[in-house]
Design a protein around this ligand. Structure first.
Ligand code: ITT
Length: 200
């Protein structure tokens, strides 16, 4: 079968790694946007979907091939959904994963232990060009709880404090394959590929 190249509009190498693993047996080949001279764009949207579309349309301006973008984050229900779309900059502009994790741990310590329900959300979009008026848009949601003592070293970002009761571990204690099977990103990408295969 013919392979199709797709640009991944992200600067996050962990997303590149996870999405590459998910597409390993497919006919789609991911090219990170770092291979092109894509100038970073500000994420000014008010939803995950809006931000994913902003990133995808921006990358598509610099490339002549289809683009996938992922906008994701964690929502803690008792914190009114924070950090949500601000997950990557929760501790301020230029914050590292570690800074953001520390800030979220501080905030969840204020919440009753029985009330620490949280979910990872991933909005993923596919466009064929920057003006594509019919983007494919999908979402994945992964439900769990946040804990205050980080556990595990796999994954990235908030994985060490995202506890999955069915597996009695955090997402940083899952191996890559297990995380991809369950995660918001894995769910979103499988939906996207299903839709994409239908229009091909
Ligand atoms: P790009 O915008 O370049 O794609 P980014 O890391 O800034 O990279 P987002 O704006 O989508 O991406 O922010 C996502 C943040 O949410 C990310 O920095 C993580 O802290 C968190 N996050 C998303 N998915 C995650 C996952 O699977 N595990 C742990 N944390 C995750």
């Amino acid at each position: 079968m013919k392979e199709e190249n797709i640009v991944l509009a992200t600067n996050n190498l962990d997303k590149v790694r996870e999405i590459n693993q998910l597409l390993h047996d497919s006919t789609y080949r991911i090219i990170p946007q770092s291979k092109f001279n894509v100038v970073e764009v500000e994420e000014t949207g008010s939803t995950f979907i809006e931000n994913a579309l902003i990133k995808a349309r921006n990358a598509a301006k610099y490339t002549n091939i289809p683009v996938i973008a992922d906008d994701s984050g964690i929502e803690v229900v008792a914190l009114d959904g924070r950090p949500g779309i601000f997950s990557a900059r929760y501790a301020g502009a230029g914050a590292t994963d570690e800074d953001n994790l520390k800030k979220l741990i501080k905030d969840i310590k204020q919440i009753n232990e029985k009330n620490r329900y949280a979910k990872f959300i991933c909005a993923m979009v596919y466009i064929t060009n920057s003006d594509d008026q019919k983007p494919i848009i999908v979402e994945g949601v992964w439900e769990g709880y946040v804990i205050t003592k980080p556990r595990g070293t796999n994954g990235f970002g908030y994985d060490p404090i995202f506890y999955i009761p069915e597996y009695k571990c955090t997402s940083a204690e899952l191996d890559n394959e297990e995380k991809n099977k369950l995660s918001h990103r894995g769910q979103a990408l499988r939906k996207l590929i299903e839709k994409l295969n239908k229009v091909k």
